[in-house]
Design a protein. Sequence first.
Lengths: 301, 215, 310
Amino acid sequence: MSASVLYDVPGPRARRRNLLYSVVGGAALLGLLVFVVMRLYSQGQFESYMWDLFEYNGIRQRLLDGLVSTLLAFSMAAVLSLVLGALLAAGRLSDHRPVRWVCTAVVEFFRAMPLLIMIFALYLSVFTGTPLWALVIGLTLYNGSVQAEVIRAGINSVPKGQAEAAYALGMRKTQVMLTVLVPQAVRAMLPTIISQLVVTLKDTSLGYVITYEELLYAGGVIMRNTVTEGGNPYVPVVIVVGTVYVLMCLALSYLATWIEKRGRRSRKGTPPAAPDASAPTPGAVPPQMAPEAALEAPRKS
Amino acid sequence: MNVLLDHFSLFRDGFLGTLSLTAVSAVIALVLGALVAACRVSPVPPLRAFGTMWVTLLRNTPLTLLFLVAIFVVPQVFFPGLSYYTLSVWALGCYTSAFVCEALRSGINTVPVGQAEAARSLGMTFGQTLRLIVLPQAGRTVVPPMSSILIALTKNTSLAGAFNVFELFGAQKTLSELGYSIVVIFGWIALAYLIITLTLSGLFRLLENRLAVAR
Amino acid sequence: MSPMKFRKTAAATFAVLALTATAACGGKEGTPSSNAKPSNSSGETPELPTYKVASGVDLEGSDTFDRIKKNGKVTIGVKNDQPYLGFEDPNTGERSGFDIEIAKMIAADLGLSADKITYKTIDSKNRETAISQGQVDYYVGTYTINDERKKKISFAGPYYIAGQSLLVRKDDDSIKSEEDLKGKKVCSISGSTPLMNIQKGNYGAEIVALDKYTDCVKQLTDGQVDAVTTDDAILKGYAAQQPKVLKVVGEPFSDEPYGVGLPKNDKVFQEALLDALQNHMDNGDWKKAYDATLGLSGSPADEPPALERN
C-alpha cells in the first residue's frame, strides 16, 4: 500500500498504533477461526468417518460427472449468451426505431427477471424432459441481455472521432462497426465480459433446482443419501464442492486480469496517431465508471 | 386471467415476502459491506487480509451453496434455533455484502489522491477528510453499481423460496402445484418483479440526478 | 500476499485437486454409509427375493411394450432419495428399496432381467409429463392413485396402501398422534397433500415447508423441527435408515393407495402389470420384499392390498 486517498505514509507513532491494531485484529480473527474450527471439531465434523466418503471411486466419479455437466452447461450458455448479446447490442444500436425498441424491451425484461423463476418456468412449460436446455436457455436469455449492455457500453465508449474518421474515409456502417468500433470495444470490455461469464458459471448451480445433475446436485445427492456414524456429511461435501466452485471462478477471473494486463501492454506498444482521439489509459471506459466499478456493476446474478 | 383474482392473497403475501426479504438483507449487506470495505482499505494488514478473503470467498461461491450452508450447517454446528427467515436474510446479506464492499472500495479508489492530500495540507483531520472530501466524491461513482447490486439482490431473494420463506417464487410453485398454467403464473410473477426492480432503478436514477446536479 | 501470487497458487491447487479426483486408482468400492448391513429387530438380515424372469412374453397391441421390445430394455421412473423405498447409493449408483423391488418384479414378468432395466430419477412434479411423453415406460415411486392424475395417465395397483403419519425423534415422547401437534414445528414438502392435510386439520402446528423429505429429516435430527409428516411408507424408510434416532408414531390418518404409473389407455400393458403384481403378491415375493426393506423399521407388513381391476 503506497499512496492512499485515505491516509498519508504513516509516521513512527502511527506505525506503532497500526502494529497494535494489527495484533489486536489478528488475535480477534484468530479467535474467530479457532471458534469455528473448535465448533466443527466438537461436532465430530473432522472425524475420519465423515470424510471417508471421498475415498470411494463412485463418489469421486459422481463429483467428476457433476463437474463435467457444470462445465458443459457453462460452455453452452457462455457461447450462446455471447452470440445473443452481440445480436441484441447490434439491435439496440440499429438505425431502425422498431428494432431498437424491441431489443431494448427484451434486454430490460430479461435483466429484471430472477433467473431461478425463469429457469423453473422454462422447465415446467417448454423443456420438461430436458433440464439441461431449460438451464442453458435460461442462462442465455439472462446473461445474453447483460452481455448486450456490456457490449453496447463498450461500443459507446469508443471515442466518437474514431467512427467519424472511418465514415470520412467512406466506410459503410457495417464496416465501421466490424473493423473499427467492435475490435476496440471488445478490448475495452473483455474484463467485464469475462466477469459476467463468472456469474454464468456460478449460476449453473441453479440447475440443482430443476434436477439437472451438475456439481451441486451431485453434492446434494451425496450428502443426502449418505448416512455415516455422525449423520449426513453436509459439512465435508459443502467444503469440497464450495472449494471447487471458488477455484473455478478464480481461474476465470484470473484470466480476466491477465487479459486486462496484456491489453494494456499492447496499447502502449502502438501509440495512437491523434492524441485527442485516444483516451487516457484505461480510458475507453467513461469516467463515470472507473474500470473497476464498471467491472463490478454487472458482475452479479 | 382469474389466477390473480382467485389467489390474490397468495400473490400479495409473495410480493410482501420478497419486499421484506430484500429490505432486511439490503440493510445487512450495506452495513456489513461498509465494515468489510473499511477493513479492506485500512492500514492494518490482518484486517485487510480478512476483507480480501471475505470478498474472494463470497463472490466466487454460488448463492445456492451459501443457502445450503445457512440452512443445514449453521443451525447444526453453530446457532441452533434460528428461524428460516433469519438464516435466509443472513445468507443473502453476507453474499451481497461482498459486492457492496467492492463497489465502495472502488468508489474510494476513484477519488484522486491529490484531493485528500490537499485536504490534509489544509489541516483537515482524518474524519473531516473522509466526511467532506472523499465520501461525497466516492458516493457519486458508487450509486450506479449500487443500483444494480440491489436489483440483483431483489432477484436473488427468490432462492429463499425453496427454504420455507414465502415469497414470489413460493407463490409460483404453489400455484403451479394447484394446476394453473405455468405461462400465466409466470406472467403475473414477472410483472411483480418488474414493479419492484423498475421502482428501485427509478429511485436510484433520481438519486443519481440529484448528485449529478451538485457536481 | 499479492493477489497475483494467490491466484497462481489457487490455480495450481485446482489442478492438483482435479488430478486427485480423476485418479480413481486406489479408491474404495462399496458404500460409505455406516449402516450398510441392516438388520431387523430380531437381529437377522432378511434376504431380498429373487425373481424368475419370464420368457417369450408378447403383448399384442401394447405400444409401450412394443417400445420396450424395440429398445431391448425398459426405462423405469423412480425416486432416488427415499431410503428403503426408492433410494440410490451415492457411490455405487445402485438402486434399492421397496418401490425398486416392485419395479423389478414387474420387469421380470415382462421378460426383462435386472440388467435390462434403466432407472431414471423423476421428480414428483414431472411424473405425469415423463410418463405421457414416453421418457419412462412405467413409474414406481410413492405414486398415489387419484382421479386428477387418471385424466393424464393410467395406474396399475394399488400395490401398497400408505397413510399419512408422523416421524419424530426416538427420545421425544410428547408426540403420539396428530392431536399432539399443537405448537410443534412440523415439516413437509411445500405444496404437497400431507402439508395441506395438516393445515386443514387445524392441529395448531407450525408448518415448515422445504423442498425434500431428506431435508426435513435432517432438520428433525438437528432439532430444528419436531416432526416430519407424509406417507408412512416414506417415513418408515427413514426410521429404518436411522433406527436409533427416529421412530414413526400414530395411526395413519389418510389413505394413499400407491400405484404403478403407465401411459394412458394402454389397457393391454395395464393388465400385464396387474397380473405381474398379483402373481408376486400370491407367491410371497411381495411380503419378502417388504420385510427386507420397509420392514426394517419395525412395522410389520399388512396383507397385500386388493388390486383395482376395471
